[in-house]
Design a protein around this ligand. Structure first.
Ligand SMILES: *[C@@H]1O[C@H](CO)[C@@H](O)[C@H](O)[C@H]1NC(C)=O
Length: 148
């Protein structure tokens, strides 16, 4: 009985923390969705980006008090330009999706929207964490140990 209660608690905690996708599984999902080389960005760069933006947590959200927008999901996609969360002043929703569609375990929608983001002139520079941790570095180790 105690064990069952404990398991139940662990399960609830796991739900609360959302889903952390193991790095190599994340790389495989991206590859299956033809992300490698999309807009000239290598798979290793995408994995580096997600590592530093969300640590592969599909439920990651971060509020930006400056413009009252929020970043959503593994790619930390912003509600000012890309999705609709119903509370961001002047939001554009260029991906045409509700922001919570970026928080699901199935990251197909998040990948589609990320591809849209990099088609903009700023491209991958839109992601501060990519600039700070991945730009100009050898990022091969983010996928070199994965069976892809
Ligand atoms: C994820 O969602 C997409 C489209 O919404 C679907 O085609 C795909 O099969 C789903 N993947 C999994 C693993 O459920």
């Amino acid at each position: 009985m105690k064990v069952l209660i404990l398991l139940g608690l662990v399960f609830l905690l796991m739900l609360a923390h959302g889903r952390i996708i193991p790095r190599c599984e994340f790389a495989r999902i991206l590859k299956q969705n033809d992300v490698d080389g999309d807009s000239g960005i290598s798979l290793a760069n995408w994995v580096c980006l997600a590592k530093w933006e969300s640590d592969f947590n599909t439920r990651a959200t971060n509020y930006n008090p400056g413009d009252r927008s929020t970043d959503y999901g593994v790619f930390q996609i912003n509600s000012r330009y890309w999705c609709n969360d119903g509370k961001t002043p002047g939001a554009v929703n260029a991906c045409g999706i509700p922001c919570n569609a970026l928080l699901t375990k199935n990251i197909t929608t998040a990948i589609k929207c990320a591809k849209r983001v990099v088609r903009d002139p700023n491209g991958i520079l839109a992601w501060v964490a990519w600039r700070n941790h991945c730009q100009g570095r050898d990022v091969s180790s983010y996928i070199s140990d994965c069976r892809l």
